[in-house]
Design a binder for this molecule. Sequence first.
Ligand code: ADP
Ligand code: MG
Length: 717
Amino acid sequence: MDGIARPEDPLLTEAQFLKGVGPKLAMLLRKLGIVTVRDVLEHYPRRYEDRTQLPPLMTVRPGQACSVRGRLKKLDTRSTRGGKVIIKAVLADDTGEIDLIWFNQPWVARELKKVEGDVVAFGMVKEGEGWRLQMTAPEWEALDEDDDAGDFARVTPVYALTDGVGQWVIRRAAAAAVDYFSGQARDPFPEEFRRQHRLQRLGWCYRHMHQPENLATQATARRRLAFEEFLYLQLGLQMRRAEVQQELGISFPISQIQGDTGLGGTLFGAEVGAAEGGLWDQVHRMLPFDLTGAQRRVIGEIWRDMERPYPMNRLVQGDVGSGKTAVAACAMLAAVRCGYQAALMAPTEILAEQHALNLKRLFAPLGIEVALMVGKLGAKAKRRALEQAASGEAPICVGTHALISEGVTFHKLGFAVIDEQHRFGVVQRLALRQKGMNPDVLVMTATPIPRTLTMSLYGDLDLSVIDELPPGRKPIKTHWRKPDQRNKVYQVVRDLVKEGRQAYFVCPMITESDKMQTQAAEDLHYRLSTHEYPDLRVGLLHGQMKGPEKEEVMTKFRAHELDILVSTVVIEVGVDVPNATVMVIEDANRFGLAQLHQLRGRVGRGGHQSFCILVASATNPESEQRLRIMEETTDGFRIAEEDLKIRGPGDVAGTRQSGQLTFKLANLVDDGPLLEETRMAAMEILRADPQLSRPEHALLLERLREQRSQDALIVVS
Ligand code: ADP
Ligand code: MG
């Protein structure tokens, strides 16, 4: 024992011990989160410059980034009147010349003077004085006589930097790490597995990320490392899912109370047309419309899941207006009829109130009480709601986060619906779970998520998709109008209101600040109610209003006591007023695609033709593209795909807070096939070794644990 705790893994050696690094540089590297040698190796280049080609100067053209090789013909240093130093060197080969220019770097001149042989310079070629080729502040290197363009003429990594850390610092650290340590990297993948999936050794990959022979070896290295990132995600999700299926949950005796399945056959082995008042019968009595085929299928999937003895964890995905509320109501009905309480949690008070209203209306004829629990209830109403939940007097409780706050107890909570889950974290889901006896959880989301993301974000959930809209819906017509056409837009709205319809005006999101948005909404409300529509009933809704005030406005709008509702984005999610058939979105270019789609989903909910008018001047090609896509399609999935392409996965709604999607290399947009491959690979691994307990998987398990503890941190913070 030498008294020093040596990490078992050589790659956990501190970066400061790398040749050429030392304590000072190590301090700087820490700013980039780099502490160990492994951190250095996994600080992958942001991009590469292919310097393997050394074109003859004659063939070099302005606008090209390249390496050139030649001899220095002339070196000229002069000072400007302003006291600046300009260095100009002329580099020549047998075919032509190029000027190399540096500003205010006198040491470059000193270095250049020492050069005897060839020089290689890398940079962007521009057109200089007298049509001469020119490079400004190129990276350069002098070659020895016998040097074959040396280090410089190859694929050179370019790293992400922080203040005070230059490219050369990271390059030096990376080179040392690769030279001394990459050979010692312990590979979490067994050899057989690597062979099967055509993956190179870990050490080889580190080397070829930092010092690729060419772009092809770099791509091979990247593929393996991205594969590994995806694999941890998939292993984590699949293991979590397996864990949940081990837990004991509630087995709702649905088939015993089940009547006509409505599916023209038997469900759960129950006799068709059994007991009067069977579940489907009650569903038909409860809903004022016939379910769509998709709704019926999804309800069947949920009920079947509820019968199983392990806790359900199911995601229902359906575009805005596809009728998720009815599906949730049917699921809750089943829970209640099996003798349990059901809770529905919504992201905002308005939504919770609206759900409570809808559900009360649906469940009243069946004699099922619905309690509402939101933060801003008066003391008395609150006490009453708490009692109803605790005694079981209210079989159904609807609320916001208030539902999972301390002090709320349930008599016998067996089923929980979480609406618009992207607003909730994993933590809240757990808290709700803990309120009951490991209740079944149904998560509903209208945020269309591209399939690749669904799989990676919610791989631990079962998925049901409502892929059909209720019949008779006319697709919303969307038009993009420039601000100077506003008067025409106002006229269109007036005409529709005259026909008896209602309208939303959504005002721009100027800042993140609630106050500013409120101000904008108040301004627009003032303008519309006094100048444009003094004869119409114009209401206002914004985030700074108190709960009861908001509810009052919404109630009035629902009851058609208002013609026009001016609002901030608070109506984004879930609000349902079928007679509202036109939405004007001001400064629509300030919204993202997903948000525009959500907003637009507030219209087109009844039998009348609906319109969405985007008022905006395109400020850049990207915003123009967004507006065009909105005009073109109402398909949420297509919009989600486009959104993903434009913005990348980091920003797509719901993914930001998940923390699971922070990859160093892997990319959900471009690596879809790889993601699928890793999903299969993870399944294979777990089929043979469900706990990863075999010795050959020890390192894999270790890395996976590291990853998952990081996930957890991100989710909680
Ligand atoms: P979302 O999926 O956006 O939450 P909702 O559940 O709010 O959709 O339903 C949208 C509207 O469609 C509501 O007015 C609802 O009453 C109505 N609806 C739902 N299902 C059907 C159906 N099968 N037939 C007719 N209307 C339906
Ligand atoms: Mg909804």
